[in-house]
Design a protein around this ligand. Structure first.
Ligand SMILES: Nc1ncnc2c1ncn2[C@@H]1O[C@H](COP(=O)(O)OP(=O)(O)O)[C@@H](O)[C@H]1O
Ligand SMILES: [Mg+2]
Length: 261
């Protein structure tokens, strides 16, 4: 369980003269194996909150705990997936996927086995010797996802992972992610500014206000996982999207940006 209790974050410039309050007393509890989407306008602190959960960033007020233990840094229980894939360009697909296992000291044969199994699962069998630059964006993000899953984390922290992909590839990736989670359930915190994406994927949608980011509203998505056939043709699917759209539109401030879809 992830517990975020009154978490605030103020960024300070190096000389201490400028401050940006990115988060303002965020309260949020995420249960194990729950899929939570963080939805909000750009600049509202979604990435900041994700990095805090990931142990990559400190907070300035409040408390962040995982299974009762205060977060003090990154750990093998949490794996990150970024929008820009963040693959090692000089290493082939297999090495990229096995990287986290190498850090954990897993022997070569075992980590190759795990990486190959994941590549198969994610539709990249046969590409293990390819280099990231030779792959499409969708394939690169499959590698990013396989790398995150390789260490068998409890929690996946995903920062607009499909944001750089074209609409069709994004939809395929969304379906694949849900399929993978169905096979191997995990806690997922998924940052997005896409309403459609949030409704398709999440159990709960945490709507964040424009900066400083606060939890504005938490919405239970009325569809189970795996999603029932035809759920996206039901009126409630579009009703929920429209509701989120209206909420996001209303909270637009300077610099805020909302993408449809
Ligand atoms: N390292 C930093 N130093 C100063 N301000 C930052 C830094 N990182 C982010 N910010 C500011 O904090 C706010 C929240 O950023 P971010 O968490 O990236 O938002 P989001 O992911 O929702 O777009 C933004 O106004 C951003 O400009
Ligand atoms: Mg961001």
């Amino acid at each position: 369980m992830i517990e975020i209790n009154g978490c605030s974050k103020v960024y300070r410039s190096r000389d201490g003269t400028r401050e940006v309050q990115a988060l303002d007393r965020v309260h949020l509890t995420i249960a194990e194996k729950e899929f939570v989407a963080l939805l909000g306008p750009s600049g509202c602190g979604k990435t900041t909150l994700l990095k805090i959960i990931g142990g990559l960033l400190s907070w300035t007020e409040g408390d962040v705990r995982i299974d009762g233990k205060k977060v003090t840094g990154p750990g093998p229980d949490r794996a990150l997936v970024f929008q820009n894939f963040a693959l090692m360009p000089w290493a082939n697909v297999l090495t990229n996927v096995a990287f986290g296992l190498e850090l954990k000291g897993v022997p070569k044969e075992a980590r190759t086995g795990t990486a190959m199994r994941l590549l198969e699962k994610i539709g990249l069998a046969g590409f293990e010797s390819a280099y990231p630059r030779h792959l499409s964006g969708g394939m690169q993000q499959r590698v990013g996802l396989a790398r995150a899953l390789a260490v068998n984390p409890v929690t996946l922290l995903m920062d607009e992972p499909f944001g750089a992909l074209d609409a069709q590839t994004r939809r395929l990736m969304q379906d694949d992610l849900l399929r993978l989670l169905d096979q191997e359930p995990k806690t997922v915190v998924f940052v997005t500014h896409g309403m459609d994406e949030a409704v398709r994927l999440a159990d709960r949608i945490v709507l964040m206000s424009a900066r400083p980011g606060r939890v504005s509203e938490i919405i239970d998505v009325p569809f189970g996982r795996p999603r029932p056939a035809g759920y996206d043709s039901e009126p409630v699917f579009n009703e929920l999207k429209n509701y989120l759209w209206e909420k996001l539109k209303a909270m637009q401030t300077d610099g805020g940006k909302v993408n449809g879809g």
